[in-house]
Ligand binder design. Structure first.
Ligand code: GDP
Ligand code: MG
Length: 202
């Protein structure tokens, strides 16, 4: 069993709006340049069943998402669509199925130290309206819960990324077969991870 942090993996999905906006390269570039390694990539049009399974792999997701969404409304002085977090999530999930089955997506596995945490940091918060400047969601999209709700659709935020390394392993198994994921060494891993830098000087 490889226990070094460099073996951590995470799942990223470029959502249909990311593809339509021409941001595939930009998104890949951000993970590549931070030093993560791409170990699997494929394009597909997910089914509604795959999307529902994906989000509900974590039994806590329904409650967490409902609570996060309600907080998003109340922080802005807005009224949430329901007081019950599970009801809020039910609406979100229906809209998510429409959103993610609307066109091709790209699913990827990225590997490296603290992969899940680093990828989440670079993506930014869920609602683009308040995602930090410098993050993917903060830099490339301007959607909000207020606007997406009044238009009756999911908030468009370009990318999905696993919430933790544990969540990532379940999600990777959901989207990829073992043989679609590649184990290989990147030469730059030496400068990123190795203790001794012998061999640089001639
Ligand atoms: P993420 O991990 O940051 O993507 O966020 P979640 O796992 O909490 O939610 C999954 C996806 O559902 C988000 O990326 C959004 O596309 C959508 N979503 C989540 N919460 C809300 C909400 O309160 N309103 C709307 N319209 N969409 C939401
Ligand atoms: Mg999530």
């Amino acid at each position: 069993m490889n226990t070094h942090p460099k073996h951590e993996r995470t799942l990223i999905i470029v959502k249909p709006d990311g593809i339509q906006r021409g941001l595939i390269g930009e998104i890949i570039n951000r993970y590549e340049r931070v030093g993560l390694k791409l170990t699997a990539l494929k394009m597909m049009i997910p089914t509604a069943e795959m999307v529902e399974k994906h989000y509900t792999l974590d039994p806590e997701w329904r409650m967490k998402t409902g609570l996060k969404s309600i907080k998003g409304y109340t922080d802005k002085g807005l009224k949430p669509p329901h007081a019950d977090p599970l009801k809020v999530t039910e609406i979100v999930l229906e809209k998510l199925k429409e959103y993610l089955t609307s066109g091709p997506v790209i699913a990827m596995v990225w590997q490296g130290a603290h992969a899940a945490e680093i990828v989440r940091k670079l993506i930014g918060g869920t609602e683009p309206r308040s995602s930090d400047v410098g993050t993917i969601r903060g830099d490339f999209v301007l959607d909000s819960y207020a606007m997406s709700d009044s238009d009756g659709r999911a908030v468009r935020n370009l990318v999905h990324a696993s919430g933790s390394a544990k969540e990532a392993e379940d999600e990777i198994a959901h989207w990829f077969k073992k043989e679609e994921i590649f184990d290989y060494k990147l030469l730059v891993e030496q400068i990123i991870y190795e203790k001794d830098l012998d061999g640089i000087l001639e």
